[in-house]
Design a binder for this molecule. Structure first.
Ligand code: HSE
Length: 434
């Protein structure tokens, strides 16, 4: 057996305590797999004396997490503080510049600063690992970096936020509105008390930007990811989607755009309608699911728990084992200095099918007016549904349209919204062909 490797944990919330538990509970197994002991030597958190349900007395305590990142008796710093700036960033930078390996679950930090941190890690000859930052217990970082290394990835599609998937799955099962289910998700502890990052798609965008960098060998480009959340999804849309043979999911989509279509990488997060028998539509509740298409492997699918103490700690400890084994794989699979700007394409260039719901006054000629606007914008209708029949009253009209360019669709919708007979802003959901 080799010399022990010494671990310092900065941040003792749910995941930090999970890491302490895994390292203690599976110590024999980890010793035989890693070939050396993974020993916690130091810890740091905001409050020292809180009862966390595990014995922490044998570890050195640091009130200042940057001191832990400099400590002589630490080889790997595990950053579980969170946030894209502030203490978390200071700790990671301090660790790297002091020659310590870093394992983090911090998707915001990697989403915002991943490329620079990877460059710093390479310069200092240490590992930066972040399996736990994306999709909790699903080993998707290793799948992209190692298992699929032979492939040119064409497309990656993921349900990367358990809170949103819980809300949308429950809305579909019960027909209840978004706000009610969100309140329930908070009560169950699935949603944060401030769930903005989850429900507005930002958490998914952080994770997508990391996966896109791994998949396409590009710099992490969170700033240019198109992001929409799920607040506007209503039970009526879910019902119409069902009738049309679709489910609604919040997806992160990253895809290579062929050179003949202008080149670049699509990176977008928004609610999508997916065929009801598409594998990703069966990922429900708090689970995450990811589909990756590679040029030789074809379609691969991954599913599992995207959050929680056990799954996230499992991912953190897997990174610790890699480092203990001596694996020195670049953070984003290529040398950080070889990562190229992704040329993330603007949303207006997305080409695909759409679902649109209009609230209109029910009178003769309304369909004809809407159809005329779509014709003028070169948008081709596929199907039309109307619910209710009540002359002079408001009714819902739903359309699906064939593949079209987002720019044309948005312009068409603006013109339709201005028609007298249209009484609410149209609701648009993109249809993804999965
Ligand atoms: N808040 C995230 C989710 C989990 O709801 O999936 C941590 O990334």
């Amino acid at each position: 057996m080799g010399k022990q490797i010494r671990v310092g944990i900065a941040g003792l919330g749910n995941v930090g305590i999970g890491v302490v538990r895994v390292l203690s509970h599976n110590s024999d197994l980890l010793l035989s797999r890693a070939g050396r002991a993974l020993t916690i030597t130091a810890i740091s958190a905001r409050e020292k004396n809180r009862d966390r349900g595990v014995d922490l007395t044998k570890f050195d305590w640091h009130g200042n997490a940057c001191d832990l990142a400099r400590a002589e008796n630490v080889d790997i710093v595990v950053e579980l503080i969170g946030g894209d700036n502030g203490v978390a960033k200071d700790v990671v930078e301090t660790a790297i510049s002091n020659g310590k390996h870093v394992v983090t679950a911090n998707k915001a930090l990697i989403g915002h600063h991943g490329t620079n941190l990877a460059k710093a890690a390479e310069l200092n000859k240490v590992v930066l690992a972040f399996e736990a930052a994306v999709a909790g217990g699903i080993p998707i970082v290793k799948a992209l970096r190692d298992g699929l290394a032979a492939n040119r990835v064409e497309r990656l599609t993921g349900i990367l936020n358990g809170t949103c998937n819980f809300i949308l799955s429950n809305m579909a099962e019960t027909g209840r509105p978004f706000a009610e289910i969100l309140a329930e998700a908070k009560a169950l502890g699935y949603a944060e008390s401030d769930p903005t990052f989850d429900i507005d798609g930002i958490d998914t965008a952080h994770k997508l930007s990391i996966l896109a960098a791994l998949a396409f060998g590009t710099e992490v480009d969170f700033a240019n990811v198109h992001v929409e959340g799920i607040r506007h999804i209503s039970p009526i849309d879910i019902e119409f989607a069902r009738e049309l043979g679709y489910g609604i999911k919040l997806l992160g989509v990253a895809a290579r755009v062929p050179d003949e279509l202008g080149g670049g990488i699509e990176q977008r997060v928004h609610p999508c309608m997916v065929r009801k028998n598409a594998p990703i539509n069966h990922v429900s509740g708090v689970f995450n699911g990811i589909e990756v298409i590679g040029d030789f492997v074809d379609t691969t699918i991954y599913e599992g728990r995207g959050a929680g103490q056990g799954p996230t700690a499992s991912a953190v400890v897997a990174d610790l084992v890699d480092i203990a084994r001596g694996l020195r794989i670049p953070a984003f699979s290529l040398k950080a200095t070889d990562l190229r700007p992704p040329n993330t394409i603007p949303m207006g260039r997305r080409v695909g099918a759409y679902y649109v719901r209009f609230m209109v006054v029910d009178r003769p000629g309304v369909f004809a007016d809407i159809a005329a606007v779509l014709r003028d914008h070169d948008v081709s209708m596929e199907s039309v549904l109307q619910r209710g029949r009540s002359r002079g009253e408001r009714v819902s009209v739903v359309m699906t349209v064939h593949e079209t360019r987002e720019e044309a669709m948005q312009k068409g919708l603006q013109a339709i919204a201005a028609l007298d007979s249209v009484v609410e802003p149209p609701s648009l959901i993109r249809i993804e062909d999965l």
